[in-house]
Design a binder for this molecule. Structure first.
Ligand SMILES: [Zn+2]
Length: 804
């Protein structure tokens, strides 16, 4: 145990015992996690990633906070510098707090006096930015120095009044509280904690049933206040957390889960990060207040997510328009939102539900999310990030170094160092082993100290050895999680299922002796008197599994995914025929092999099978090409070799494939445009939507531009006589920012002058169908589509066909 942690633990104990809450009434989760500070990772998969988070992610994240002005906002608010608010959003303060939280966790694994000194200075600046009564929100404090000029439009004229909309005042504070507790536990220093408590006391003074009755527009303060309660023992913080849940609904919007009182909610709706942070806060209240109403609500919501709204990768939040949940079974792959933050939020929720119920199904979801949708959020180099994590790409997706709205990288920075804390949990008489990762750990089962050594090569190999060393021999239950995938379940519930049963059994040995696997709530319970050196050996068969989806998920009909252990696979461009993978059809019964490739992507298990490519002919048929090998890599590792085609759900029939385009005049042209983006190839890919708001098909758009002329152009590879145009417009109203345009024009180029075509049918603008136009045949070497965008909206194009 690290010296900092022992000091802080002692302080925490002193604080709790000095509080006015009677200790016999102090309830918490019936199962307690073993903190990451007690677990030393020794594996080859996570330990190097945690180290890179410390050496790469956290330094560059602080670097961006400095270079974008996030830190300067605190300096200006604190009178250490002058100027205007430096950044885009009023919630930019939260990134600084989240990275402090991550750095605090990281310090406990990688002590770093320079980093600690940097944090001390940063915390001093934050303290300076706090107003005398405890208010902390750099945008308003800076604006007040300029007579109110520069106040963000989201901020509200008065403190707090716009928080239920977009001010994010309480959101910033939730992250401040989490950071404060993390820094205090890492260093024993109260500096940031004092700032947080001063702030929380102001919030407690200003909000209440007889005071300000505004609910948080972006949840997270609920979890933050619970952490303040745990570290101080002061019940007012717990009461305030519950107030912020109870005050929600029923007259607000579904977008931030305020349309129904949280205790009455049964479905996952709205913005997925807000939702999962709220569900985590609800779980905390259910545990700490023994509140059945909150328990019932989150249990129903969990079922709604897992039975109807989760991707095979563990990603949640299907649509970009609300960054959140869509209708049941609406799970498009190419436009899947699956925000990295939502994966992390869902891990927080599932961990808490496990701590409440002791059921392995919550860890099944946690493990699926951890190895797939969450991990996809960060590159192998640890310096590039995904905000959405789609399950299919035409090459338009690329990890970024940073974002204007930087919630995802800062969430990665704080989540990754805490991963060792998800491996074990304890009660007074049981030890839970939830994840299989090599480590050395010190845990306490009741009053019994036990050291553990776990050796595993997850997620590549299924054998795990655990040596149990209790300080004194004694009886307790060792609860070994038998993952869903080792029990022939692709996911708890039936949203996804393995194509066939695997008959190989999980084998379990203690000191070399076979033990029958009796399951209780997904755990093999080994109840015995444990003594030093007792060795558990477990072998999880890890064959490649073929997965199919519930046929109510339209996007996955006629397709199959591949899974091995907890890892979901994908086909990516560098490993397959000339970069084309979306035209592949996999043979359902083709043999499947798997091997470890130590040279690929830092060393990874790959899957090899076979299929054939499909191609569209000029007369509209789909032809199959010859048999070809198909190589699959773990989904989380995609896009480490540059953008290109990728897909998780692989067609098993030509009708669900995206055939290689026919050599039409449009497809063989070079595309130019007024705005060149990675979406541009969508306009001639012959991938046709079923309506103007079909998110399973890629499109090109001019968002956020509006009220102006834009254009795209086909330069033919040789002059051709043309007489027809067909356009399919993109329109994501009423939620999105694109609508069909006001008007358009077709021009052609033969000599050096663009001439309008002589139309035979009048121009029209069609939604949810083809906009067809005939004109007098002209010989041309290029054709241009000029588009006048609507006064208030952008426009977009799915497909533009030019014909003879
Ligand atoms: Zn995010």
């Amino acid at each position: 145990m690290n010296k900092y942690f022992s000091v802080s633990l002692l302080l925490a104990v002193l604080l709790v015992s000095g509080c006015n809450r009677k200790s016999e009434n102090f309830t918490d989760y019936p199962i307690q996690p073993v903190p990451f500070t007690s677990v030393k990772m020794t594996d080859n998969f996570w330990a190097p990633r945690i180290k890179k988070n410390a050496t790469v992610t956290i330094p560059i994240a602080f670097g961006y906070c400095e270079s974008t002005g996030r830190v300067k906002n605190f300096e200006i608010a604190g009178g250490l510098d002058t100027g205007k608010f430096q950044t885009i959003y009023p919630f930019d303060d939260s990134d600084v707090y989240k990275i402090i939280e991550g750095a605090s966790y990281s310090l406990q694994t990688y002590p770093d006096p320079k980093l600690e000194a940097y944090l001390d200075t940063l915390i001093w600046k934050i303290g300076k930015a706090q107003e005398p009564d405890g208010y902390l929100y750099t945008n308003r404090t800076i604006a007040e120095k300029h007579g109110g000029k520069g106040l963000h439009p989201w901020a509200g004229k008065k403190r707090w009044v716009q928080d239920s909309v977009l001010s994010h005042e309480l959101y910033n504070l939730g992250h401040l509280y989490e950071a404060a507790v993390a820094y205090y536990q890492a260093t024993g220093k109260r500096t940031l904690l004092n700032i947080a408590l001063k702030s929380a006391d102001l919030v407690n003074k200003d909000f209440g049933w007889d005071r300000e009755k505004v609910y948080p527009g972006h949840q997270v303060i609920e979890m933050g206040l619970v952490k303040l309660y745990r570290v101080t023992g002061e019940k007012k913080y717990l009461d305030l957390a519950k107030f912020f849940l109870d005050i929600r609904g029923p007259n607000g919007h579904a977008y931030n889960q305020a349309n129904i009182r949280p205790v009455d909610q049964t479905e996952a709706e709205g913005h997925a990060v807000r939702a999962t942070y709220m569900y985590s806060g609800m779980a905390d209240i259910a545990a700490l207040e023994k509140d059945k109403a909150y328990l019932n609500a989150i249990t129903k919501i969990w079922e709604d997510i897992v039975y109807r709204k989760i991707y095979i990768t563990g990603g949640i939040g299907a649509t970009s328009s609300n960054e959140g949940f869509a209708a049941p079974y609406y799970l498009p792959n190419m436009t899947a939102y699956c925000e990295t933050c939502a994966s992390i939020g869902d891990i927080f929720t599932n961990e808490r539900l496990f701590l409440l119920h002791g059921n392995a199904k919550y860890i099944d979801i946690l493990e699926k999310t951890l190895y797939n949708s969450m991990l996809s959020g960060v590159s192998l180099s640890a310096d590039r990030f995904f905000y959405p994590n789609p399950l299919e790409s035409n090459g338009q997706h690329k990890r970024q170094a940073w974002f204007g709205c930087a919630c995802c990288p800062s969430n990665i920075a704080r989540f990754v160092p805490a991963i060792p804390g998800y491996i074990y949990a304890v009660t007074s008489k049981a030890l839970y082993v939830n994840l299989f990762i090599s480590n050395n750990a010190d845990v306490s089962v009741g009053n019994r100290k036990v050291s553990l050594t776990q050796k595993a090569d997850f997620p590549w190999k299924g054998n795990v050895d655990i040596t149990v060393n209790p300080e004194k021999p004694g009886r307790f239950d060792l609860m070994l999680r038998i993952p869903d995938w080792a029990r022939n379940e692709a996911i708890p519930g039936n949203l996804y299922r393995f194509v066939s049963e695997n008959n190989e059994k999980v084998t379990l040995k203690v000191d070399g002796e076979d033990i029958p696997v009796h399951l209780k709530d997904g755990y093999a319970v080994i109840s015995r008197k444990w003594k030093t050196g007792d060795k558990i050996s477990i072998d999880f068969p890890m064959p490649v599994r073929k997965v199919i989806a519930d046929d109510r998920i339209n996007a996955d009909v006629g397709k199959m995914a591949f899974q091995r252990g907890p890892v979901i696979y994908c086909a990516e461009w560098p490993d397959n025929d000339k970069g084309n993978v979306r035209d592949f059809v996999v043979e359902k019964d083709a043999p499947v092999n798997t091997e470890f490739d130590s040279t690929l992507l830092g060393g990874t298990q790959i899957i090899k099978t076979s299929g054939y490519q499909t191609v569209r002919t000029l007369d509209g048929h789909v032809d199959s090409l010859g048999k070809e090998p198909l190589t699959l890599i773990p989904y989380a590792l995609w896009n480490n070799r540059g953008p290109g085609q990728m897909m998780v759900w692989i067609p098993t029939t030509p009708s669900s494939a995206h055939p290689l385009p026919a050599p039409t005049i449009a497809y063989t042209s070079k595309i130019r445009a007024s705005k060149v983006t990675r979406d541009l190839p969508a306009i001639n890919d012959q991938d046709i939507p079923s309506n103007s708001n079909d998110h399973s098909v890629s499109y090109y758009h001019w968002w956020p531009d509006r009220d102006k002329w834009e254009w795209v152009e086909y330069d033919f590879n040789k002059p051709a006589t043309i007489s027809k145009s067909k356009i399919y417009w993109f329109d994501d109203g009423p939620d999105g920012g694109c609508r069909i345009p006001d008007k358009y024009e077709i021009l052609y180029l033969y000599g050096n002058v663009w001439e309008p075509v002589d139309v035979k049918t009048p121009y029209s603008i069609t939604k949810d169908g083809w906009d067809s136009l005939s004109f007098s045949p002209v010989k041309a070497r290029a054709v241009k589509l000029k588009v006048k965008l609507n006064k208030d909206f952008a426009s977009g194009i799915y497909e533009w066909i030019i014909d003879y």
